[in-house]
Each structure stands twice: as C-alpha cells, then as structure tokens.
Design a binder for this molecule. Structure first.
Ligand code: 5GP
Length: 193
C-alpha cells in the first residue's frame, strides 16, 4: 500500500534492535484516516472470506483493529495480557513472547466471546518473529473457531515471522513489507507487492 509506505518513509524512525518506530501515526498518536484506508484495503484483500469477528492483541493493535472492524461491520475482540494469578477456567489462554519488551506474557480471551461459529480475521500493527500471531492463532483454534486470514500493517520481511505464518497455509496480507532498514542512513526499502 503506497500510502502507508510513503508515510513510513516520511515519519518512521529506525531504532536499535531492528525496531521501527511509527508512534507518530500508528501506535501512539493515531492517524485514523490512514487506519480507515487500511481497513478498506483489507476489506478488498479479504473480500471472499466470511469474516464475522476481528481479533487483535493489546495494546497497540486495538485502535487500528477498531477502525478496520468498522469497515467490515463486525466486532473486535482483543486478547488481554493477564497476570497468571487471574487465569480462571472461563478463558482460553496462551503464552506470547513480546518482541519489544523481551518478556513472556500470558494472553487470554474470554470463552464468552469466541466459539466454533466464529470466522476470524487477526489484525496486528507489526509482524516480526511471529510470536504474537502464533499466540492469537492458538487462541482461535482453542475456541474451535476458524482463522480466515491475517492482516498486518507493517511486516519486517527480514525477520522470520512472515515465512513461518505463510507456511501454515493461512492467507497473510501485509500492507507494507520492509525488506531492509539502515539504522545509520535511515534508509528503508520495501518489498514490491
Ligand atoms: P512478533 O511477535 O511478530 O515478534 O512481534 C510482533 C509484536 O511486537 C507486535 O504486536 C508489535 O507490537 C511488536 N513489534 C515488533 N516489531 C516491532 C517494531 O519494529 N516496532 C514496533 N513499534 N513494534 C514492534
């Protein structure tokens, strides 16, 4: 999506540790019109899928997923990072290793809000090593629901998550795929799609 690539080039900051900071439009301050354009693009890419729910993970995925959900006219469910002590029997739970915080979280969704009738589109802001997505896929499968697809705003194509998830045979669409980024020059190259 050219509009997103241009915005990343203009406002993205390359931080140490392969981290791309886009907090002035994506995951701290939010450019809601851009989110809407992304939602319409995902709607086009997943037009043949019977999606009735969007699933994301707190915190930074929530704002984006809400705007995208409005384009699909479906509800958003977000997986919560839980304290282990709160893990009761009425939730599906999994573990996710955070790329940015370098720690492992228990992640839960209530059994009340997802079940075998659900056809889920998973949305997240970034794809790096794929741990967050693997956790979300686990939760959907534990509920007996179907993963219809995955929509990512920014995939870092030089990390292993994209190939791991595509190898599962799930339709994964990333609106911008960063092929390389240079911390010193600030240069960012995107994969042609
Ligand atoms: P993964 O689980 O695929 O390794 O990492 C994905 C999660 O880590 C995303 O939910 C996102 O919040 C965070 N993340 C991964 N890479 C980046 C990055 O370069 N920049 C930012 N802002 N977040 C990232």
């Amino acid at each position: 999506m050219k509009m997103l690539e241009e915005r990343i080039r203009k406002d993205g900051i390359i931080a140490p540790g392969n981290v791309l900071k886009v907090d002035c439009f994506l995951n701290h301050m939010c450019d809601v019109s851009l989110f809407h354009e992304m939602g319409m693009e995902f709607k086009r890419l997943f037009k043949d899928k019977p999606i009735n729910k969007i699933l994301t993970i707190e915190a930074s995925g929530i704002g984006i997923a809400c705007v995208i959900a409005e384009c699909f006219e479906v509800p958003v469910l977000f997986a919560k990072k839980a304290k282990s002590i709160n893990l009761a029997g009425d939730v599906y739970a999994t573990k996710v290793e955070s790329f940015t915080h370098k720690r492992t979280y228990d992640v839960i969704v209530s059994k009340k809000f997802i079940g075998p009738d659900d056809h889920v589109l998973i949305i997240d802001d970034f794809l790096a090593n794929g741990c967050a997505l693997e956790g979300l896929i686990d939760l959907v499968q534990a509920a007996g629901a179907t993963v219809e697809g995955i929509g990512i705003c920014i995939e870092k194509g030089f990390q292993e998550g994209g190939s791991k998830i595509r190898a599962k045979g799930i339709q994964l669409e990333s609106l911008a795929i960063v092929e390389s980024m240079n911390c010193e020059t600030g240069e960012i190259a995107f994969r042609e799609q």
